[in-house]
Ligand binder design. Sequence first.
Ligand code: ZN
Length: 195
Amino acid sequence: MIMILKIRQAGDAVLRQKSKKLSDKDIKSEHIQSLIDYMVETLRDYQGVGLAAPQVGENIQLVIIEDKAKYHKKIPAKLLKEQSRKPIDLHVLINPRVIEKSKDCANYFEGCLSIDGYRAIASRSKKLKVVALDRKGKPVAVNANGWFARILQHELDHLKGILYIDGMIPKSFMTDKNFSKDWSDKLEKDIIQKF
Ligand code: ZN
């Protein structure tokens, strides 16, 4: 049976709290293992690319990321290339820690399943190195570039109680509908010029 979890929306206190680390025992518990499965099912159901545990009501340091090729179909190839957006296999990251972050940033619109229906431009480092534990508690290192680095920064912020709107370009905040109408195919230079 597939379990779709309720996604908490902005204004819910759980999104503004700091998340706790998981112990090895926690990671191996049935509760956490099931939670991971449910988060994956939920993310896929919403066709999102990342989900952090606080978004489903749990203040623990757990995020999942997955970007499927089928989500890229409506995005112009030129933009995908500029954003370095490529399919990402499912990553389950526990107790993640940033080791390196590039000074070089990219500015693009992003959204959040917890701020349903809106987008805004956020500046994110183009490269990020993160160490974490996988769902078995095994250490993993992730070297993320482009869109993967953006998703990672967004999800890791959730664990600190930070939402993308905290660092957005305020004037760029808009509905998904207006984003789709005017901005979804625009390159970075066009976005930056306007905002
Ligand atoms: Zn989010």
